[in-house]
Design a protein around this ligand. Structure first.
Ligand code: ZN
Length: 342
């Protein structure tokens, strides 16, 4: 960690009430799997939890480690080149592949690192005991460790998002697998689609975006398409890549350090920057049931942002006839003092 960076204790990010039970269940599962543990004692670094719904109705937890990542001094372990890997494994016919997420969790963190990996939930503070996917240096740490473990294992390899053992026959494959130190590792075999290593950061942002998108009833795809067609958003994304803010509108310039992008979507902190074309729709969706100005602002501010959003919300609510009727004028009821019966 860079000692010049001051640790950040981030506040609890509210989980929608209807998801709380599922989050609790998932935390228990991670505790049982020995991946996380309760954080005791004072905390310095505290990150926020991101909850994303999966298509099958279950949820996925992910910790937003972006602030931590800014302080991580990376371990520049040389990443392998494909030719070396191919030379090493030859031409396997039978192979086993380990899911990268599970693979990361095989590496146990030391005490100091665990503390940095603390996160806040509605049930209190927890910390990772094992290497989490969203840590920026996780791929290098993982590659270095695997290179050491696999140094004497013929047919075993670790390349980007693949950890595996290959053999030209079933026998050869099995012998190699058994001989290898990662034999027990491979007992948790899975061929579920792994995530590319260098996409760890993108993965986290994606989770954030899909969590925020869900609460405002838009899909990732809708936001991505509209963002791609939005000239201003694309201009900001280009500025992020080139790191020059000269031509940017002031509303983006002032918050530039909070911005990041994933694919074509722009993100401010943990909020999605809504492309112009979708702004009216987001306002309409957030206004369902006439929740009133304050509720609407609170809900939107927690999930999305765009230049002058607050003003747009105010205009929208003022223009709503339904709201005007509900919040009809009339002075507030005066407090009435009632005499207690003697
Ligand atoms: Zn209204």
């Amino acid at each position: 960690m860079d000692p010049k960076v001051i640790p950040i204790f981030q506040p609890l990010r509210r989980v929608p009430i209807h998801l709380e039970a599922a989050v609790t269940e998932k935390l228990d599962e991670l505790l049982r799997q020995d991946i996380i543990e309760t954080k005791k004692g004072p905390a310095t670094w505290v990150s926020q939890l991101v909850v994303a719904n999966k298509a099958n109705g279950s949820i996925r937890l992910c910790v937003d480690l972006r602030r931590v990542n800014q302080a991580v001094i990376r371990d520049r372990h040389p990443m392998p080149v494909i030719e070396d890997v191919l030379a090493r494994i030859g031409r396997g016919k039978i192979w086993s592949v380990l899911d990268v997420m599970d693979a990361f969790f095989l590496l146990e963190l030391d005490e100091e690192t665990r503390n940095v990996m603390t996160f806040i939930t509605h049930r209190g503070l927890y910390r990772f005991k094992r290497l989490p996917f969203g840590l920026v240096s996780a791929p290098e740490i993982f590659q270095r460790t695997m290179d050491e473990i696999l140094a004497d294992c013929e047919g075993a390899y670790c390349y980007l998002d693949d950890v595996g053992v290959e053999g030209s026959t079933v026998e050869e494959h099995d012998i190699r697998l058994n001989k290898c130190n990662i034999a027990d590792v491979m007992s948790r075999l899975s061929t579920a689609s792994p995530m590319p290593f260098d996409k760890a950061e993108e993965f986290v942002v994606r989770e954030i975006v899909s969590a925020a998108a869900q609460t405002i009833a838009l899909t990732w795809q809708e936001i991505e398409i509209a963002s791609k067609e939005d000239d201003e958003i694309q201009q900001v994304i280009e500025a992020l890549i080139s790191e020059t803010t000269d031509d940017l509108p002031l509303s983006y310039k002032t918050i530039f350090t909070e911005l990041c992008s994933v694919n074509n979507v722009l993100v401010r902190g943990d909020r999605i920057v809504i492309p112009q074309r979708l702004q009216q729709r987001v306002l309409h969706l957030a206004h369902e049931g006439h929740p009133g100005m304050r509720m609407m602002k609170g809900h939107l501010r927690a999930n999305v942002w765009w230049p002058k959003m607050d003003q747009h919300i105010e205009q929208f609510v003022k223009a709503c006839r339904g709201c005007t009727l509900v919040s009809a004028p009339g002075p507030p009821e005066p407090m009435v003092r009632k005499e207690l019966p003697s």
